[in-house]
Design a protein around this ligand. Structure first.
Ligand code: GLU
Length: 424
């Protein structure tokens, strides 16, 4: 069952290395043509652009932007744009691979992409962010489009970023094109429920995992690292459904209350950035300590590579549900598997974001908005059906949840490659 033995030599590990190791591990469990696996180890293309920005003080600075497109055999490329100082071409490729599997595991008619700009958005004024976004949209305009590659928010970008992006694209194309990006404000073709969707799907999957491992949600304790759009929405949904959310954190550390936090009273990153510690909790923890808390469910929902060879052995949670993309290195994954701690992977758990992005794209094409109730109902049923597909592989082949999710995804992508064939 273990796919690789713990090997700290592999760390530090980039997103691309993790993604490639995960692909190799999963490939051992499927009878997909090795030629198809080989093709999937490489992105279709990676576009690099320079994005000049006039700062508010009149100086000009040039930033680097990327768009990596991994695979589009099942439909247009899809995936977010991140603004972060550590964005690299390689990271975008790794993240674009995860988008391919995420869309396939959810059975969405999309492939995988990811992009971003190497910039710390905290260093930009609102006006600078707008100018940077508009110029970046122009620089990658030929690479993307509502039928070919549809960006969305990711770390450091939000609904307003998507609104500027959509406006810049539309002005240049000469027609309002809401379907070019998802995650927009509902007033310009965004979907109700999109903002909450990644966190909501984390909560739905956590709830199913709690039930699968014979726990009662009312008696379940939860710790959530990260209180941004994924972490806060996951924590609040689980709290609403009866779970006891005992710790949540942001970059400054965690608020901790063994009797349970009032998660709606803790400010999320969107409500007030970096203000978790202003909540009056009886105890506090560091971001390292929250990962080692003795809880039923641990949700790492901040950044990648937080559960590593160094701390995986100290995880005391019974179940890990990945809210962030790539929070667990492959070595840590193997250690947790040996410890018998199930890890519900990112490509299933946080896939609510891209699922509601798909709903948004459908609404944009049809020029017809859905109610929040309809979005949430369809998200719930799509998540449950993906959960069932993955669970079936876990049970049938005695696989980890990650390998099982990859088997489902690779099965779908491989079948599409087979049916279409290699051109020419
Ligand atoms: N950035 C999100 C993710 O990693 C959403 C992507 C999308 O909606 O296209 O899944």
């Amino acid at each position: 069952m273990a796919n690789q033995s713990p090997d700290i030599e592999t760390e530090p590990e980039s997103a691309l290395e993790t993604a490639l190791r995960q692909l190799s591990a999963a490939a051992a469990h499927v009878d997909t043509d090795p030629g198809v696996i080989e093709r999937l180890r490489h992105p279709t293309r990676v576009v690099e652009v320079s994005v000049p920005l006039e700062r508010d003080d009149g100086n000009v600075e040039v930033f680097t932007g990327y768009r990596a497109q991994h695979d589009d055999v099942r439909g247009p490329y899809k995936g977010g744009l991140r603004y972060h100082p550590e964005v690299t071409a390689e990271e975008c490729v790794g993240l674009s691979m995860w988008m391919t599997w995420k869309c396939a595991v959810m059975d969405l008619p999309f492939g995988g992409a990811k992009g971003g700009v190497v910039v710390n958005p905290k260093d930009l004024s609102r006006d600078e962010k707008e100018r940077l976004t508009r110029r970046f949209a122009e620089e990658i305009r030929d690479t993307i489009g509502p039928k070919s590659d549809i960006p969305a928010p990711d770390m450091g970008t939000d609904a307003q970023t998507m609104a500027w992006f959509m406006d810049a694209y539309s002005m240049q194309e000469g027609e309002t094109t809401p379907g070019v990006v998802t995650g927009k404000p509902p007033v310009i073709g965004g979907s109700y429920g999109r903002e909450e969707a990644p966190g909501r799907s984390v909560a739905i999957v956590a709830r199913e995992a709690i039930d699968y491992y014979d726990k009662n949600i009312e008696e379940t304790t939860v710790a959530v690292q990260g209180f941004g759009s994924v972490g806060a929405n996951a924590a609040r949904a689980l709290d609403d459904w009866g779970a006891n959310v005992v710790a949540v954190s942001d970059v400054n550390g965690a608020a901790y209350d063994t009797t349970g936090l009032d998660t709606h009273a803790v400010p999320s990153h969107e409500e007030q950035p970096e203000a978790v510690m202003t909540y009056d909790a009886p105890n506090t923890l560091t971001n390292e300590e929250i990962l080692e808390l003795d809880v039923d469910v641990l949700v790492p929902a901040a950044i990648g590579n937080v559960i590593t060879a160094d701390n995986a052995g100290d995880v005391l949670a019974d179940i890990v549900v990945e809210g962030a993309n790539g929070p667990t290195t492959s070595t840590a994954d193997a250690i947790l598997e040996e410890m018998g701690v199930p890890v519900i992977p990112d490509i299933l758990a946080n896939a609510g974001g891209v699922t509601v992005s798909y709903f948004e794209w459908l609404q944009d094409i049809n020029r017809r908005q859905w109610s929040r109730e309809r979005v949430n109902e369809e998200l719930e049923s799509q998540m449950l059906s993906a959960w069932d597909d993955v669970r079936a592989e876990v049970e049938a082949r005695d696989l980890s949840w990650r390998d099982a999710a990859y088997v489902v995804a690779l099965g779908r992508v491989g079948a599409a490659k087979d049916a279409r064939g290699l051109w020419p």
